[in-house]
Design a binder for this molecule. Sequence first.
Ligand SMILES: *Cc1c(COP(=O)(O)O)cnc(C)c1O
Length: 412
Amino acid sequence: MGFPEHGTPADTLLAELGALKTNDIDWKGGRSPLFVFKASDAVSEIGRAAFNAYFDENALGGKRAFKSVGHMEAEVVAMALDLFKAPAGGAGAMTTGGTESIVLAVKTARDFGRRERGLSGRKLNIVLPETAHPAFDKAALLMDLVVRRVPVAADLGADVEAMARAADGETIMIVGSAPCFPYGVIDPVTELSEMAVRRGLWLHVDACVGGYLAPFARDIGYPIPAFEFSLPGVSSMSADLHKYGFCPKPASTVLYRSAALKAHQTFDLDVWPNGPFVTDTIVGTRPAGGVAAAYAVLRHLGREGYRRHAREVMGMRDAYKADIEAIPGMLVRGAPHLAILAFGADDTDMMQVGTEMAARGWLPGLVRRPPSLHLMMSMLHAPARERYVADLAAAVDKVRAGAGGARAKAVY
Ligand SMILES: *Cc1c(COP(=O)(O)O)cnc(C)c1O
């Protein structure tokens, strides 16, 4: 449409929004395998209420105008540093999401490399397992860095030896994921940390998707390997509050072992007529609601609450895994540590199965290598399990009978 000359009444527009939504995937019914998360109605409600209480403020003004927002942000960062076992003197910032956290961490490692390791003027690189999130490539594009993606080991975790070979004197960062998005597997961060210490490399742990679930899954008995600052080689971490922190979007944390490392993140420039401009984030104006909501949800749940939800989420994952593997030939890829599952049957075209699932009303999550379907689950998916598994079994039967149609393609 062109820019409207005349206004439209609010109630008409709100009704229109409601009607527009009916074209979306039924995410409340558990039919979206990513993008949305839920712990419980109560947790969603406190997040929404706290967000709305700070709907109008601007977190950019957290230092001068909205001191309460600056305070809540500092407390969220302090809680995150404690959860991830940072030593005294650790530091961090809230951001609008995993991508911003990662771009900032890469920028910080680059500036550390330039200023403290004398790397300026050279073509610098980052070394990633092939499973690391494309946000690192986005950062590299912005900063003119070379990305070296290294194939993973047979268990789908990072191949530490191969990463060691790929790293050199121009490597500003090596990366491990906790877990990676494609398979839900936590990389061998202990070994990556040893390599980082031995070689003097900056190790970033991308715990965007799993950071706020893994410590609690470990507490209730699941085998979660160390991935936090307790490992001496970990220089920085990213962890998204708006995923398994069950906080409203946008909210993530980027964390550093020390304030001295984090100092390289801060943008501090005195160039314009108004005076010095100092920010920790890439974005300027950002919603204070995300800050207030994260502060409220973390404190509302506490470790106890997160353990309770971890038990529910992991129990549901176990049930999905058992049901999926009860379909003959169907296997979960690797040994996923948290609530992400990739699964497939090597005698079945899983991309055709994806199309069949879409025809049955599911947004199919897809993995190309090896061809698999993908689920990143929260309590939205609990009530949908029986229906999902029944549809999956029917879709697999149809494809195996040679009656499958086009192959599905995912663009994330
Ligand atoms: C989601 C995710 C990101 C990016 O986070 P956004 O909030 O979508 O920007 C980075 N890394 C991993 C492993 C993720 O799952």
